[in-house]
Design a protein around this ligand. Structure first.
Ligand code: TIU
Length: 221
């Protein structure tokens, strides 16, 4: 059983019961000219995650382990978007990459470097958390998943919400510091601290080279 050197203590997982979650690595959050940047955000704080995440995906896929991607977005008629979210603006409006966070639009999809493979699961979610109003619980039950390695954007929004949801549902979550990103360096730092504080109040934190090294010591399943 691999054990990853992590905060606040080593994270152990079994190859038979672990899955990788890649949260919302969508063009509209990551690319210059997209929705995120149009809000005044520094997208370089997010795009620095693409390279380590690509390397992690290559290692993970070589072990045949499950990968689940998520995308935040809404139906074209926005019927699944709560009025409070709609009122804050942006969603459904015309952006540089199509209607913002609307399913089927170019900006809603995942960046080319991290494109899901045909055998990987893609969960479309209307909220910040990946469990709310999605099939994720059923998917994880079918996979017999007990532990999640969590990556993606943004650290303090969709990653945090999903990790909190997962923790409450009994999953152990390892969050990879170099594979999650926030537009705000302070939120990145504090967001990671919040996960591992108080004895790992809702998760563990390590970096991807440490996880890849632990994985490399194992035989593929
Ligand atoms: N995926 C995700 O985090 N959605 C957001 O809207 N994040 C922001 O930080 N805005």
């Amino acid at each position: 059983m691999p054990a990853v050197d992590a905060q606040p203590h080593p994270f152990s997982f079994a190859l038979e019961s672990v899955a990788l979650l890649v949260i919302d690595m969508q063009r509209d959050f990551l690319l210059p000219g997209g929705f995120g940047e149009s809000l005044g955000n520094d997208v370089a704080q997010l795009s620095r995650t693409i390279e380590p995440l690509s390397a992690l995906l290559a290692a993970w896929r070589s072990y045949g382990l499950p990968v689940i991607h998520t995308r935040e977005g809404h139906l074209p008629d926005l019927s699944d978007c709560p009025p409070s979210k709609l009122a804050r603006g942006g969603i459904g409006e015309k952006g540089a990459f199509g209607r913002i966070l609307v399913r089927g639009e170019y900006g809603h999809d995942i960046v080319d470097e991290l494109a899901p493979r045909d055998d990987e699961i893609v969960i479309d979610k209307p909220g910040k958390g990946a469990f709310y109003a999605t099939e994720l619980s059923d998917v994880l039950e079918k996979l017999n998943t007990k532990q999640l390695v969590v990556t993606g954007v943004t650290t303090e929004v969709c990653v945090h919400t999903t990790v909190r949801e997962a923790n409450d549902r009994g999953f152990d979550c390892l969050v990879l510091s170099d594979c999650v990103g926030s537009y705000f360096p302070e939120f990145q730092r504090v967001g990671l601290q919040m996960i591992a504080a108080q004895g790992g109040i809702f998760g563990w934190v390590a970096d991807s080279p440490t996880l890849i090294a632990a994985l490399s010591a194992e035989e593929p399943k």
